[in-house]
Design a protein around this ligand. Structure first.
Ligand code: ACO
Length: 433
């Protein structure tokens, strides 16, 4: 039976349809509210707004559940590969062996990038942030590679092309930034091995590809592959809603991810831990500063808009820390600080009351550091991982008959009707010069 929610405004009763999701999530459909009442809803940051119906990712922030296409993240991290998970997210089903082989072959075929694109890299200042470069390069792909959207088969090629080339572009940006010769992708290597090889092989020292580090990278990327309507994914849906090309849409997602409150948090966590170590700041002091409203210090890697319990990805990442550090035989003092900070925060009333728990970024930086990934590449690593999710969300949006161009409303709080004053009659009150 169809359900309705009743809203009484100015004595008028309005019946709003209720929508139920497959996991019992309830939503009030307010699309007709303005026409019926003249009112809009107010929800800065969209914390309580459902922007779409989606069948890609399910998360329950109270219970700490994350599933891609119904499959728990723990099972995927245990048994899947990044390429298989990308296939699952984009197509909605796990691949057969043959489909997976074909996908891997295509990813290898698409991996080199147009030689002319190398010129872009060479002209960037050496200190340029790789996220800015990556976002620009993905946008530039529109000019180098035709966007194929006419048939599903052609469109799939575009997805694979971006997934494949983003990895080559990221490794190339790193090599050029450190003044080393670019290492080209090898057709005999799988997605993750190829990336590590392009990053760390050199004409001087041959890189040994270690199976455990390849596994760790697979897990890292699986954990980041999608996270429903977060900031960058929403950017992808909003930008894509104008029917702009997929390359520019993904480029917008990369830019949104860059910020320290979102994907940039993994880099911010390491900077925070390094600062704590360098300044000899005690754990108690950090916790006190994070709680102080007059101090802009926040415990990076803690808190989440949706998770009000331990982020399930953070648990997997924490275990991964031990495996990777053991493998590379490194004792990282930052891990020790991170563990002590976590312990103190989890027992502190402020963090408990506000439901602030470690998120995926709290331990991911330590894993990446141990793998030899430089700090400024951390958010790029996140972007490569999130790409299948962005593509899946873009595809879902593109095919959704309910979707319209994104265009929220606002509550205007500025001047009411005002007169234009000629310049020689204006009084100087505030100067911005
Ligand atoms: N340290 C200290 N206090 C915090 C933290 C933190 N990390 N996070 C939230 N709080 C406090 C806020 O000050 C606020 O307190 P108040 O109620 O007294 O004003 C309360 O907790 C709620 O915080 P909001 O910022 O309103 O929560 P929101 O859901 O908007 O933000 C966010 C979530 C941005 C992730 C926030 O927790 C944060 O800034 N965390 C640190 C950055 C980080 O780790 N980002 C990665 C997120 S995961 C991802 O994108 C992959």
């Amino acid at each position: 039976m169809e359900k309705f929610a009743k809203l009484i405004i100015d004595g008028q009763e309005i019946a709003l349809p209720v929508i139920e999701g497959s996991e019992g999530e309830m939503a009030i459909d307010i699309r007709e509210l303005r026409q019926q009442s003249g009112y809009i809803t107010f929800d800065p940051g969209y914390g309580n707004t459902g922007s779409c119906r989606s069948s890609i990712t399910y998360m329950d922030g109270e219970k700490g559940i994350l599933r891609y296409r119904g499959i728990p993240i723990e099972q995927l991290a245990e048994s899947s590969t990044f390429v298989e998970t990308a296939f699952l997210l984009i197509t909605g089903k796990l691949p057969t062996r043959e489909e997976l082989t074909r996908t891997s072959v295509s990813l290898n075929d698409f991996s080199p990038i147009h030689e002319n694109m190398k010129a872009f890299y060479q002209n960037y200042p050496p200190k340029a942030h790789p996220m800015g470069i990556l976002s620009a390069m993905i946008n530039a792909m529109r000019s180098f590679y035709p966007e194929l959207i006419d048939r599903e088969e052609e469109l799939n090629k575009t997805y694979l092309r971006i997934i494949s080339k983003i990895r080559t572009m990221a490794a190339m940006a790193y090599k050029i930034s450190i003044g080393q010769k670019v290492i080209y992708p090898r057709p005999d290597l799988c997605y993750c091995s190829n990336f590590l090889n392009m990053m760390f092989d050199s004409v001087v020292v041959r890189y040994h590809i270690d199976d455990e580090l390849v596994r760790a990278l697979n897990v890292f990327w699986i954990l980041h592959a999608d996270h429903e309507q977060n900031c960058s994914t929403t950017a992808v849906r909003v930008v894509g809603s104008g029917k702009v090309n997929i390359y520019s849409t993904i480029s917008a997602g990369i830019s949104a991810l860059w910020g320290p409150l979102h994907g940039g948090a993994n880099q911010a966590v390491i900077h925070m831990l390094e600062r704590i170590e360098r300044d000899g700041m005690s754990v108690e002091k950090c916790i006190a500063r994070a709680k102080d409203k007059d101090d802009d210090f926040r415990l990076m890697g803690f808190g989440h808009r949706v998770y009000k319990t331990y982020d399930p990805r953070a648990k997997i990442m924490k275990d991964m820390c031990d495996i990777v550090l053991k493998k590379v035989k490194v004792k990282d003092p930052l891990l020790d600080i991170a563990r002590r900070l976590e312990e103190a925060a989890l027992t502190d009333p402020y963090f408990r009351e506000k439901h602030l728990y470690p998120n995926v970024d709290f331990y991911s930086g330590i894993v990446l550091r141990a793998m030899g990934i430089p700090t400024k590449m951390f958010t790029v690593m996140f972007a490569i991982g999130r790409l299948p999710g962005w593509i899946a969300q873009w595809k879902e949006y593109w095919n959704d008959p309910e979707m319209k161009i994104s265009r929220p409303r606002q509550v205007y709080t500025g001047n009411t009707l005002n007169e234009y004053v000629p310049i020689d009659q204006r009084k100087e009150e505030v100067s911005i010069c």
